[in-house]
Design a protein around this ligand. Structure first.
Ligand code: GFB
Length: 305
């Protein structure tokens, strides 16, 4: 999802884009990854690949989220250094910050408290990734930076019913409910948690901006500054889909972090700002879903992925 958006965005730049697809190099494989990097020798590496998923997947697959992400990061970051790559952008996640971080969450909140248990495996891997960037900067003077985006949505998402993030999950569930004339649809949790949603092409734009303008040790947040409750967000998704039934809340499912609003003032001060509002972005995300974009649209769902 993010990698594709960055490729779309880079089409407007004067550069050659080298893409390591799974058939070129399985990033979980150290030798394949190192060989690919040594052969292509990029000027810049963007590490957007990761094992990702929503609250359900994070909770159900702790080993996958911890170990696969650590392996990808070791292979790509170490392989980049070995291949002489001096500039690298590592993408993390807002879940690296403590569950009860001071809001809005500034970069200084890192490692100041306990993590949210539903995604601590993923968070620990991402913290290790940003620390690797800092370590290569400190020990070898490499210009490796890391960015922490808020919750993302948009084209190329994973629409798995259990393992997706909330935007893709609800787009699919409301669409199916509309087709089946279902009277009501369940939204996970209480609906009270607050989240900030960033359209993936805005995220890609921020990544290119950072590659041009950011070269610091500290990770940098990427967000919109707008937050919405999950209950309100669900209403907006239902509206975009055209589902008119009742929304109920399944409180047997976890809420996760109560609030996760990033303080993106450092990025905004550099001159970047998001363009796509939730009202504009949700219909675009729906178009992607209806047009067959992303993964697990209607296919039978393999829970191992
Ligand atoms: O998108 P989501 O899984 O990510 O869930 P997190 C956000 C909120 O939406 C939670 C609620 O409060 C969920 O309980 N929700 C309601 C649903 N209905 C659904 C549904 O059908 N599916 C899902 N998935 N949620 C993620 C991490 O946490 O944050 C990721 O798990 C990543 O790894 C991301 O770091 C930024 O915001 O809770």
């Amino acid at each position: 999802m993010v990698g594709s958006a960055i490729i779309r965005r880079l089409a407007a730049e004067n550069c050659e884009v080298l893409i390591a697809e799974r058939k070129d190099a399985d990033l979980l494989d150290e030798l394949q990854t190192k060989r690919w990097l040594a052969k292509t020798r990029p000027d810049v590496v963007v590490l957007a690949a990761a094992k990702v998923g929503g609250i359900g997947a994070n909770n159900a697959l702790p080993v996958d989220f911890l170990c696969e992400n650590m392996r990808i990061q070791l292979n790509v970051i170490q392989g980049s250094h070995d291949a002489g790559v001096n500039r690298l952008l590592f993408l993390g996640s807002s879940c690296i910050y403590p569950k009860f971080a001071k809001q809005p969450i500034s970069e200084n909140e890192l490692l100041t408290g306990a993590l949210e248990p539903t995604n601590e495996w993923y968070a620990i891997a991402k913290i290790a990734g940003l620390k690797m960037c800092q370590a290569y900067r400190q020990q070898f003077g490499r210009d490796y930076i890391s960015a922490m985006p808020t919750n993302l949505y948009g084209p190329g998402d994973n629409y798995h019913p259990e393992h997706s993030h909330v935007p893709a999950a609800l787009l699919r569930r409301f669409h199916e409910a509309k087709l089946n004339d279902a009277q009501e649809v369940a939204v996970w949790g209480t609906g009270a948690p607050l989240r900030e949603f960033l359209y993936v092409d805005d995220m890609a734009d921020a990544c290119v901006f950072l590659l041009k303008h950011y070269s610091e040790w500290e990770p940098i947040n990427i967000g919109t500054g707008d937050e919405v409750s999950i209950g309100e967000f669900a209403k907006r998704v239902a509206e975009a889909v055209g589902y008119r039934g009742k929304l109920t809340f399944d409180t047997t499912k976890p809420d996760g972090t109560p609030r996760k609003l990033l303080d993106s003032s450092r990025l905004l001060a550099l001159g970047w700002k998001p363009r796509v509002t939730l009202r504009e972005g949700l219909p675009k995300a729906l178009d992607d879903f209806l047009g067959g974009g992303g993964r697990y649209r209607f296919a039978s769902c393999d829970v191992a992925e």
